[in-house]
Design a protein around this ligand. Structure first.
Ligand code: DX5
Ligand code: ZN
Length: 227
């Protein structure tokens, strides 16, 4: 089971970009533990989103960690740029022929936290040999590329397997989930072992506002989070 209270990582992909500063401030004031920045290149995933400029613009005004989720081919080419822009952690997918060990070591050499990300069809065994080198594992609970998709419940078993592997490692490694996370789905992800929740649409798209949505997510998970 997770070793701490569940953390929230609002994904700015779902924010109103015309008012990004205001939206992000609301999320931070409402207790966002970090901000999740989705980077897409139109190759690794079908969509194109944002690059280091957005991280650089947010950095001076955001006083929580900025987590950069790289859904791009050849992530090594861009690690330095995102680090210089002010990212605190860099998350790379295990798919796509990446030299994962070299990439993770480079992230750590930049002084940043390193995370590895698994797509829904990628087995937990894909990270067996890198687990002890990373600060975070992110399990995609949708296929990456777009916000607002439906949570894939068959990923829950994998979350459980990775939680057990983390416990066996005796290391402090966070286990994060991303995609389709709302007050309905979050409890099952936390029960399976996740301790960080990425959420975009359910937070920035909520009719009753960002703070209410974040409270709803936290409250939904409270009964199953160890105190
Ligand atoms: C999907 C991204 C997610 C996305 C989640 O490819 O990695 O971070 O923003 O959005 P929701 O919470 O709307 O599924
Ligand atoms: Zn993401």
């Amino acid at each position: 089971m997770a070793d701490s209270i569940v953390k929230l990582a609002p994904s700015i992909l779902a924010a109103d970009f015309l008012h990004l500063g205001d939206q992000v401030s609301q999320a931070v004031q409402a207790g966002a533990d970090r901000l999740h920045v989705d980077v897409m290149d139109g190759h690794f995933v079908p969509n194109i989103s944002m690059g280091p400029l957005v991280v650089k613009a947010l950095r001076p005004v955001v006083h929580v960690p900025l987590e950069v989720h790289l859904m791009i081919e050849q992530p090594m080419r861009y690690l330095d740029a995102f680090a210089e822009a002010g990212a605190d952690s860099l998350l790379v997918h295990v798919e796509g022929g990446v030299n994962l060990h070299r990439t993770v070591q480079h992230i750590k050499a930049l002084g940043k936290k390193a995370g590895v990300v698994l797509n829904p069809a990628t087995p937990s065994s894909a990270i067996d040999e890198i687990l002890c080198d990373v600060d975070l594992v992110l399990v995609m609970t949708v296929n990456p590329g777009f916000g607002g998709q439906k949570f894939i419940a068959s990923t829950l078993d994998k979350i459980g397997r990775i939680r057990r592997a983390i416990e066996q490692s005796k290391r402090t490694i966070e286990l994060e989930v991303d995609g389709g996370i709302d007050a309905e789905t979050a409890p099952s992800a936390v029960a399976a072992g996740a301790n960080v929740l990425v959420s975009g649409s359910a937070i920035f798209g909520a009719a009753d506002g960002i703070a209410s949505a974040m409270n709803r997510l936290r409250n939904a998970c409270l009964p199953i989070v160890p105190s």
